[in-house]
Design a protein. Sequence first.
Length: 184
Amino acid sequence: MESQPHWLWLYNQESGELFVKLSEDDSRQIAYKASQLVNIHFENSELDIEDASVFQSTTELLEAYPSDKLPCAIDNAALHAMAWNRFGRPQMPQSWHFQKSDISEWPAERRLCELNSGFDQGVFMIIDADDEFASCVLLDESMQLSAIKTMRQFQVIKVTLNRLLPATIDLAMSSQSSWGQRLA
């Protein structure tokens, strides 16, 4: 699926629901609540160049992985990354939900990671990062953070970089690659 010039953001003020209209017959609801969004004072708005760029780069990133190894549909992940990039409310870090990792520096090119809450471990995509923090979108269907709190697919959480763990899918792919090179 490629970004098209006629895609629209649709926002229903009454229900607080955000959609991306892809065609006359296809609108996708974005999983974020109105309280998680900013700048949503419109009924419909065209996607801009930055939206298309985020959609394209996210799609390309995830297409590098075998689709059967990803816990979600690539187009849905890209639509949510695009929506968060444009409308996501800035967050305070919530690192306390997750165990520390032994990794001292996180490579900027590594965009998939895992977070471990002690109750559960989930696959995330880093959608924004600086020298200290990363905003991560959950790709798994859900992840238990505590005895009473669960994240749903595509929710975003901001954490310190010392909570990020390498994604198992990356480790498996690099292991396969190194074994292939050894056998060649």
